[in-house]
Every structure is written in C-alpha cells, then in structure tokens.
Design a protein around this ligand. Structure first.
Ligand SMILES: [Zn+2]
Length: 325
C-alpha cells in the first residue's frame, strides 16, 4: 500500500531532471551501461571489470584483457554518429509528450538535419513496436476498423469496400472494456491494439484478432460480415447490428471510436501527412504511448530500455518497406 501511494506521487521527469541525468555524452553512456549491465560491466571475453567508460569511442575497456566493448552494439544506437545526448533527448520527447514530436521539430531542437531526425524517430518507433509485439488483450474487447489518411473528408467509418477510398489506409482497433457489468461502476478502457491492415476482409480481420487478442476473450463488434466467423476462431462474440450510419456506433463502441479519432488527431496534428508505407510505424508509436498513459513517472526509463533491447533498423530497410496503399 505504502509503495503504491509513493508511486502515485512521482511526477514526470522535468527538463531540469533530464539535463541533470542525461546532459552529456559521459552521463548518457554511463546510463546506457547501467541499463545494459545492471550488476556492473563484465567483459564478454574474460569477465573482467571495466577500466572506465570512454565516451569518445562509446566503449568500456576491460581492465584485465584490454578488450573494448561497445555500449551501443545490439541497440537502436548501433553505429550512430549522432551524440547519445541527442538520442536521449529524442527518447525523452517521444516518451513524455502525448503528441510525440515531429522530425522537423526534433531537427531544430538537437541541431541535426531533417533526414537524421526522421531516421532517429523511426528507430525509436521500431523499438516501441518491438516492445509491444506479443502482447495480447483479454476480457471484454471492442473491435472495429476505420480509414485513416488520404484526401477525403469525414470519418470514412462506413467505407468498407466503397470505391474511392483507395488513398486511405485501414486501421483495425481493439480496446479492452474494463469494469463493465459491475454495479455502480462505469466501464473504462484498458489496453488497446491498433494495426494497419491491407483490407477489411474477414480473413484479414481474423488474423489481426488472433494475433492481438487472447483466445476465449469476448469480442464486441458491429456485426459486420467480416466478424461472422469469430466463434469458430475461438472467441466469444456479441454482434450488435447498427441500424443507422454513424451515431449509434459511437455510443455502442465508445473506446474504439475515441481511439481512432485520437489517432487521426495525432497523425494530423504532429505529422500533418504520413506516407502510407510508414503509417504502421506511426500507429505503433501511438499504440505504445496509449498503453502507457498511466505510467508517467517511468516513461523515459521504459522507452530507453525498449531502445536498448531493440535491434536497429537502417535507412535502406525503412525505404525498402512495401507500400500498403
Ligand atoms: Zn576482458
């Protein structure tokens, strides 16, 4: 009990605290080392201790055998020429700000070129996406899809199979509905899963759900034909047919619709226009932050850990991604 109340009192990392902990290359490298070797550095060749962290080369030198071990190998910072302090600032901004940060803004804040900032943010998005792989929703789960991007106005919610929506991408959304059915308690949203899917066909939607929702969970949908075989796929399923166009869907499935409209606001507000081939990464970023909205005090450390645990992605690999439109 005591721990919980203490934790609740912890605030987000302030800019002053950030500067005090991650202000220069030495500090950032040492932070990285502490995360990678929580029990202290041990040489991978001989197990020896470090002679000290050398910020210029981003290595620990073994005091016993002289081996120089990179602190960035196997992380998203691998082979970076950008100072670690700039990376840590990007991670700070990506983790703390609900709206994320645009490449244009990051370029200005840390003094790098736009392409460098763009690549940094995509590497961080890759870490966010890797971190959330394998997480499954459970319990009562609202499901729907929506159209994102493109030139048309309006929600495009009922656009399934409609001609003229080619420029939009389909995003499938599932959100846990918690606390429903308990007397005197209003349902609240739990974890969410979002994914860009190639179309809204039954097989595609089923693949999304089996990947993101635990078998046996109870799915709530609008009864569209894409959801008809969910019982055969191991889910409980309640379909609520929607009689008129838009309004009832919002009241029946409030969380998926709020989530979709927040996603659209994030894409437009922070990034203005997102290429459809990169949309999955932005959706992963949005999803990562959404599921950690109540973890304010630890956001920076959590994202840093995700970045340390993720293999990097190169500019070439990013550019080679197939276009989903
Ligand atoms: Zn050694």
């Amino acid at each position: 009990m005591k721990d919980r109340s203490k934790k609740k009192g912890k605030q987000m990392l302030t800019v002053q605290q950030f500067r005090a902990s991650f202000g220069d290359e030495q500090q950032c490298g040492e932070q990285l080392s502490r995360q990678r070797w929580p029990c202290g550095f041990a040489c991978p060749r001989c197990g020896g201790p470090s002679r000290g962290y050398m910020a210029v080369r981003q290595v620990h030198e073994c005091a016993a055998c002289g081996y120089q071990c990179s602190v960035t190998a196997g992380t998203i910072f691998h082979k970076t020429r950008t100072p670690l302090a700039s990376w840590f600032w990007a991670i700070y901004r990506m983790s703390q700000d609900k709206k994320g940060i645009s490449a244009m803004q990051l370029a200005k804040e840390v003094g790098v070129s736009y392409p460098t900032a763009w690549l940094m943010l995509h590497k961080i998005r890759k870490a966010m996406s890797d971190r959330d792989q394998g997480y499954r929703l459970s319990g009562l789960v609202e499901v729907d899809e929506g159209y994102v991007g493109g030139e048309e106005h309006g929600e495009g919610r009922r656009g399934r199979g409609k001609p003229g929506v080619r420029s939009k991408s389909v995003v499938a959304v599932a959100v846990e509905r918690r606390g429903a059915g308990k007397p005197g308690q209003k349902p609240v949203p739990g974890f969410a899963a979002l994914e860009v899917i190639p179309d809204a066909a039954a097989a595609t939607v089923e693949k999304f759900l089996t990947g993101k929702v635990r078998a046996g969970s109870h799915i709530l949908s609008d009864g569209w034909r894409g959801y008809r075989r969910l019982k055969q796929k191991g889910f409980e399923h309640t379909a609520t047919a929607i009689s008129t166009q838009d309004e009832p869907a919002h009241s029946l499935f409030p969380w998926v619709h709020i989530t979709l409209s927040n996603l659209k606001r994030f894409l437009l507000g922070t990034h203005h226009k997102v290429e459809s081939k990169h949309l999955p990464h932005y959706v992963a970023e949005f999803n990562y932050r959404l599921n950690r909205r109540s973890m304010e005090a630890d956001l920076m450390t959590r994202l840093l850990r995700a970045c340390i645990g993720a293999q990097t992605i190169t500019y070439k690999q990013l550019i080679a991604m197939p276009d989903l439109a």
